[in-house]
Design a protein around this ligand. Structure first.
Ligand code: FAD
Length: 318
């Protein structure tokens, strides 16, 4: 069976959920071989093996942390040369997309970004994308070279599929030309204790209807009761009520959670562009004519200041 390279997104060996989703999708088109760059490969290999990685190609070098993505591209290319895979899958993060694009240029392949599904096809893997503010779904395949595909978080549920997960060291030479952009400092963001917006299984978002930064704790309380991330519409962000890092939409982040709850959000096309592929959408809006209701699976016509706290209390009792 053909091998499929899966680029591992991890924090010090703690594998992030989008990688486990990639392994699940990779199994549809071949045998997953994970590429782990950085420390603690053995620790990562346990969970990668549990989710179907037959092999883990591991490399560690100080350059991975010292420079922007180019040294990691060198390493992924070394894995590509070693394996000759049927496809290369990466998470659709900013880093994943940049590494994927650079690799595709180097190996003379095409790239598909932001796929939301993946299936085997007669002429290679077929990726589904959601385009034009999610008005259309397209299916496409790379017609030249080895397909490089980045996949949005939450596109598949991670499935356990025990495999060997054997760690093999990957010999990597980092080119001088890859040391062009050095990282001079890192400032970790203050942790809210909530999941990362683009990876969260549940997102609770507030819009202009929240009517002030001082009212966002109402949204946060529901999010915390559900273990969810907090999102915001651009109107709420532009008003300075919530940080831009939490904006959902065309000029914000694109999310695709299992459950998206929109409170006090009208459903403008630019907001929909960032959340329309959510599996289940719930809206709370006091205007029964709000466009968001055209999109939802469940809609509540009501004042969010009544509905959201009641929902939070109900969730807490379960
Ligand atoms: P509104 O449209 O004002 O809607 C507020 C809603 O809250 C209304 O439906 C109202 O009935 C309801 N409401 C009010 N009070 C309550 C209450 N007490 N209880 C319940 N409901 C209540 N927008 C984004 O979100 N993300 C983007 O990335 C984005 N990018 C953009 C890019 C461009 C180029 C442009 C032009 C626009 C972009 N926008 C984006 C803006 C977008 O067009 C809308 O203006 C914005 O999404 C509106 O935000 P909103 O739904 O919170 O506010």
């Amino acid at each position: 069976m053909a091998e499929v390279l899966v680029y591992v997104d991890h924090v010090d060996g703690a594998v992030r959920k989008p990688t486990l989703e990639l392994l699940t999708l990779a199994r549809r088109i071949g045998e997953p071989v994970a590429v782990h760059l950085g420390a603690n490969a053995e620790e990562a290999a346990k969970v990668l093996g549990e989710h179907g990685a037959v092999k883990v190609l591991a490399a560690d070098a100080p350059e991975f942390a010292e420079y922007l993505v180019a040294p990691k591209v060198d390493a992924l290319q070394a894995a590509y040369d070693a394996v000759s895979p049927a496809a290369v899958l990466l998470p659709s993060s900013a880093e994943g997309k940049e590494i994927g694009a650079r690799l595709a240029v180097r190996i003379g392949s095409g790239i598909i970004t932001d796929a939301v599904d993946l299936e085997a096809g007669d002429e290679g893997p077929v990726a589904t994308q959601s385009v034009f503010a999610a008005s259309f779904t397209t299916k496409s395949r790379v017609s030249k070279g080895t397909p490089v595909i980045t996949v949005k978080p939450n596109s598949a549920a991670p499935e356990a599929a025990p495999a060997a997960g054997t760690v093999e060291q990957l010999a990597v030479t980092i080119a001088d030309s890859s040391k062009g952009t050095k990282i001079v400092s890192r400032t970790p963001r203050e942790s809210t204790g909530r999941p990362e917006l683009t990876e969260a299984a549940i997102v609770v978002s507030g819009g202009r209807g929240v009517n002030g930064a001082e009212n966002f704790p109402v949204i946060e309380a529901l999010a915390d009761s559900l273990g969810a991330a907090v999102g915001a519409s651009r109107a709420a962000v532009d008003a300075g009520w919530y940080p831009h890092t939490n904006q959902v939409g065309q000029t914000g982040k694109s999310v695709s959670p299992q459950l998206y709850i929109a409170a006090g959000i009208s459903g403008a096309i630019q907001h929909r562009a960032g959340m329309q592929t959510s599996k289940t959408i719930v809206a709370i809006n006091k205007d029964a004519e709000a466009p968001i209701f055209d999109l939802v699976d469940y809609g509540v016509v009501g004042d969010l200041f009544d509905v959201v706290p009641a929902l939070t209390e109900e969730v807490k009792t379960r």
